[in-house]
Write a protein that binds this ligand. Structure first.
Ligand code: TRP
Length: 358
């Protein structure tokens, strides 16, 4: 196996993403979207504005969408697994509450329940070198951040498993953030090498492209790092209106009473303005102009009211779904059924290409 793979540039990925974005509304039938999350807990407003709304938009354009709940992937970076099924249910509730509607075109499923998807891992592992896996920048960062001393093979190989997540349904478009670009580059390399090595002439797999989110990344309420549940700086979709008010009240701001949108110099205040803006569609600077020199207290009242108003229907739907576990289960079971149907077909093609069919 040659070891020729580079992990690509952001500029190249951004240009391809822009081209897909322009074509999507014109030819939704050409796209098959595969997205996913690790079931590690409930989702927050950073997920809502960063990726969930985009999934709803793509589904509404009529694009076939598979949403993989990557439960095996949870095992790569943490030792607890007792809560995986519960987190899978909660994640599904968050998806449904924000308006992702399961249908014959939209499928939500945990990948551990799709054996034929998982089986793709075996041939795929023979298509990449150890050195290539060791060079993956996202995996390197995760290892550094985890402080782990003994790194499992699962950590180095999960991007190959992620390629199976994407390729089992021949996904050609993957909405992701920048950190996932190396995994997508690896997925393309696997698809290309599979096609060249086993499927001369009749490619089995597409080479999937990233769809980079246009939404700005929200900072946490501490104002200096990304919003994330584990950093305790997030507003969860499932929080109550009072909890949300209390969190925003404690949010970091600055000493200048005049409220203005200036992400460089005033990140905390600007982030709060951005949250309000994402809820109303108004420009952050216009919201700031209305508040003027009424100070951080007034800004926080505005953000609290706007956000709670925006989340009200989502939270009501969440509560309704929480009370209906049988429905959540049925959504996952039918997602698994449709994912398996495609995975069985793909695995059959893969075996035929590899001369393994009897
Ligand atoms: N690695 C992704 C994350 O941590 C989750 C994921 C698993 C994923 N499989 C995927 C994302 C397939 C896109 C496509 O967020």
């Amino acid at each position: 196996m040659s070891d020729t793979m580079g992990y690509g540039t952001f500029e190249a990925a951004a240009a391809k993403s822009a081209a897909i974005e322009a074509d999507l509304p014109l030819h939704p039938e050409r796209y098959r979207v595969l997205t996913g999350d690790r079931p590690t807990g409930r989702l927050h407003i950073g997920h809502l504005f960063g990726s969930l709304q985009n999934r709803v938009r793509l589904a509404n354009l009529g694009v076939t969408t598979y949403i993989v709940i990557a439960d095996y992937q949870v095992l790569t970076d943490r030792e607890t697994f007792e809560a995986i099924a519960e987190n899978t249910r909660e994640l599904t509730i968050d998806y449904l509450a924000v308006g992702i509607k399961p249908s014959e075109r939209v499928h939500i499923f945990p990948h551990s329940h799709v054996p034929e998807l998982n089986q793709l891992l075996l041939p795929f592992l023979t298509l990449v070198t150890n050195a290539e896996l060791n060079r993956n920048p996202t995996v390197k960062e995760e290892i550094a951040a985890s402080g782990m001393r003994n790194i499992t093979a699962g950590m180095y190989t999960y991007p190959v498993h992620q390629a199976a997540d994407i390729l089992f349904c021949k996904g050609n478009t993957v909405p992701v953030g920048k950190d996932q670009l190396p995994h997508l580059e690896l997925t393309r390399v696997i698809a290309r090498r599979f096609n060249e090595r086993f499927a001369a002439g009749v490619p089995v797999f597409p080479e999937p492209q990233a769809l980079l989110s246009a939404a700005p990344t929200l900072l946490g309420l501490d104002g200096n790092q990304k919003m994330s549940k584990s950093r305790g700086n997030a507003i969860m979709l499932c929080a109550t209106a009072d909890e949300t008010a209390a969190l925003i009240k404690k949010a970091k701001t600055d000493a200048d009473r005049n409220i203005a949108y200036d992400p460089e110099k005033r990140p905390e205040v600007s982030n709060l303005l951005l949250i309000a803006s994402l809820c109303t569609g108004e420009k952050p600077a216009d919201i700031a102009a209305r508040i003027g020199d009424q100070g951080a207290g007034a800004l926080k009242r505005t953000v609290t009211e706007t956000l709670n108003e925006f989340l009200r229907p989502i939270r009501a739907e969440r509560a309704r779904l929480e009370a209906d576990p049988a429905y959540i289960r049925s959504v996952l079971l039918s997602g698994i059924e449709s994912a398996r149907a495609v995975a069985i077909d793909t695995l059959r093609e893969v075996r035929a290409a590899m001369h393994m069919e009897l």
